[in-house]
Design a protein. Structure first.
Length: 318
């Protein structure tokens, strides 16, 4: 026989309404009471039927999160932070891995939109955004992380890095260093979008084209050897700390070995950053703020029928 919310209430010695408040975070409950309810839930192995509740209430507290990449630490950091923000407001999140650039099978998304998910979060490259309204029915609250401009069918949030990059490249230009830029296929933005942002920042500082090189992580070591042998003073800028590990981690000891003559900069804000040495300078990408804005906009869209679409831009920090 399946465990019901009534069973949990009886085990915890509270009302059914109190159990519901704990599950949905819709009303403040004393910490001691919440602990009793959570203990009863664990002891009884109770799992609320979110879909049935959504059908009964004609709304769902389940949020679909669509991402093209589950192997990237940046995508996973955004997912984790968004989940924490939404959970604190009584929502649950279901993650779906789907790259619309490589896969045309959208049946899973259509299933989410058919009464299962109350809202959607997309983490995509800008070139994917025009495909979304052809997949998702109108009226479903959505946040698109990665869109560079406002769209009429969803709230959008973009992370702008050009100002921080321009500041960095201007400093490197004054030092007359050769700039080696590592693009990263596992970063928040596609390599094409990374190249666009980097090129914009280089152009804004009139950085000499002959002193800048773009390279993928698998080719970086060979390019560095050539530059070192040519007696260049080198500054390396990477999209993400994982790109630095890919290039400089010793395959035997696992240690990070960065040449003393190399200045290293990277864009990041994940749990992996703390393992880098003090010789690496971080340009902070505020993922926590990104998650907070995402949850706030989506919840307002879910709860407010007069919600106005917004297009937000978050600046990285040099």
């Amino acid at each position: 026989m399946s465990v019901t919310i009534k069973d949990v209430a009886e085990r915890a010695g509270v009302s059914i309404a109190t159990v519901s408040y704990v599950l949905t975070a819709t009303k403040k409950v004393k910490d001691s009471t919440r602990d009793k309810v959570n203990k009863a839930i664990q002891e009884l192995n109770y799992a609320p039927n979110l879909l049935a509740k959504g059908l009964k209430d004609k709304k769902s507290n389940l949020i679909g999160f669509i991402t093209p990449n589950l192997s990237s630490p940046y995508y996973m950091s955004v997912i984790k932070m968004c989940e924490e923000q939404l959970k604190s407001q009584g929502y649950h999140m279901l993650v779906l891995s789907l790259d619309l650039q490589e896969n045309d099978d959208t049946s899973a998304i259509r299933m989410l939109c058919n009464g299962i998910a109350g809202g959607l979060i997309w983490l995509v490259s800008p070139d994917v955004v025009p495909k979304i309204p052809r997949i998702v029915p109108s009226g479903i609250p959505m946040i698109i992380i990665g869109a560079n401009e406002a769209v009429p069918f969803a709230d959008t949030i973009a992370v702008h890095m050009e100002h921080s990059l321009s500041h960095l490249f201007g400093m490197i230009k004054k030092r007359k260093q050769h700039l080696l830029i590592l693009t990263n296929p596992n970063y928040l933005y596609s390599e094409e979008e990374q190249y666009r942002m980097l090129r914009s920042a280089l152009d804004s500082t009139d950085f000499p084209a002959e002193n800048a090189s773009f390279v993928r992580t698998e080719n970086a070591a060979a390019k560095l050897d050539v530059l070192v042998q040519s007696n260049h003073s080198i500054a390396l800028c990477a999209f993400g700390s994982d790109a630095i590990w890919d290039v400089f981690q010793d395959k035997v000891t696992g240690e990070l070995k960065i040449p003393e003559s190399l200045d290293v900069f990277y864009l990041g804000d994940t749990q992996f950053d703390r393992y880098l040495t003090t010789r690496c300078t971080k340009i902070r990408v505020p993922l926590t703020s990104l998650a907070q804005y995402t949850a706030s906009l989506l919840v307002d869209g879910l709860q407010n029928p007069d919600h106005d679409m917004q297009a937000l831009a978050i600046e990285s920090e040099p």
